[in-house]
Design a protein around this ligand. Structure first.
Ligand code: TXA
Ligand code: MG
Length: 321
């Protein structure tokens, strides 16, 4: 049976539908929810069976922990074991918003959510539908991106349905997500905070609040990959093979070589501001994926802080399987 997909107005969400979504989550079902970054696959974060259904629906390795979504900072005490002062300051600055903080785990959060780790990732999203559903559920909501593991994150409800099919009990369709890339992830359990995944909250913005932040987005060891599997070199990838060019000249050369060899090749290049490109990157790659090309040649945008997240996702999409 196909999932139940319901349109919902992000500016004036239907209270009845919100209540229905909250009831489903509380009773252990999976609901795909729009957030300001990408669509999430939500389940009751206090229910280990519901969390396991997320892993099954995504084909996600049980070693990759989930982000717990809260309606506001007051709920954090039900999820975190302790709340570092750096977390409180960052929450004041950036929540609700696209920032996920890794902190010591509280005892109510099951192993199924944290992949057995002693830490938990928490985020308070800034999308009226996400916030309303979490509030209606009355429990924190574990939600990874609503796609099959390893693939492109969904920025529309159609992407969710194409990737997860009938594995979702309800899909709330509020139109395209305006952020377009997954949240920034920062680990606050270390002496110096560590950036695990770049996103729309950039490192300079974090450093303005908590001082120096280490960049740890490329795992230095196997242990680190286990601690945050989003650090895996290959992630966020389209099905079509994607290759990186460092410049337009290199992209031209690659296109020439492949075209002469009869390989159907298409180019992708950043056009617009970093925010504009982040918003449409996954939608562009989803479209190219469906267009029957053999290869995507993506020209990397400049190596500057504002482009950090877009470069990170493209580089991971290009990594060998
Ligand atoms: O924008 C987002 O964050 C979206 C929306 C739905 O909120 N969610 C999302 O979730 O991107 P997911 O599961 O696709 O990515 C979660 C990332 C992974 O890289 C995971 O390894 C990392 O967060 N993570 C989760 N818990 C962690 C923990 N305790 N320690 C370190 N990394 C953690
Ligand atoms: Mg994901």
């Amino acid at each position: 049976m196909p999932s139940d997909v319901r349109l919902i107005d992000p500016f004036d969400p239907d209270p009845e539908l919100i209540r229905h979504a909250g009831d489903l989550i509380r009773s252990g079902k999976l609901v795909a929810i729009p957030t300001e970054t990408v669509y999430g696959l939500g389940a009751n974060a206090f229910d280990p069976t519901a969390a396991e259904r997320i892993y099954a629906a995504k084909g996600r390795p049980s070693t990759n922990p989930l982000i717990v979504h809260v309606a506001d900072q007051s709920v954090v005490r039900r999820v975190a074991g302790s709340w570092p002062e750096t977390a409180a300051r960052l929450a004041t600055a950036f929540w609700p918003g696209p920032l996920t903080m890794v902190v010591p785990r509280g005892s109510r959060v099951p192993d199924a959510v944290t992949a057995g780790q002693s830490t938990v990732a928490i985020r308070c999203p800034n999308h009226p539908v996400a916030r309303a559903v979490i509030a209606a559920a009355g429990v924190p909501v574990a939600a990874p991106s609503a796609n099959r593991s390893g693939g492109l994150s969904p920025t529309t409800a159609a992407h969710v349905v194409a990737s997860l099919g009938s594995a979702v009990d309800l899909v709330l369709d509020a139109g395209p997500c305006h952020g377009g890339l997954e949240s920034t992830v920062i680990d606050l359990t270390r002496p110096v905070p560590r950036l695990l995944r770049p996103g729309l909250v950039r490192i300079g913005m974090l450093e303005a609040i908590v001082g120096r932040v280490e960049v740890g987005t490329h795992a230095a060891s196997e242990d680190e990959v286990q601690a945050s599997p989003g650090m895996l070199a290959r992630h966020y990838a389209p099905a079509t093979r994607l290759e990186i060019a460092e410049s337009d000249a290199e992209a031209d050369a690659l296109v020439g070589i492949y075209s002469r060899a009869g390989i159907r090749v298409v180019r992708w290049k950043a056009v617009g501001t970093a925010e504009e490109v982040a918003k449409t990157l996954y939608a562009n790659l989803h479209t190219l994926d469906e267009s029957g090309y053999d290869r995507i040649i993506a020209t990397l945008p400049p190596d500057s802080e504002e482009w950090h997240a877009v470069r990170d996702r493209l580089t991971r999409a290009a990594a060998e399987k």
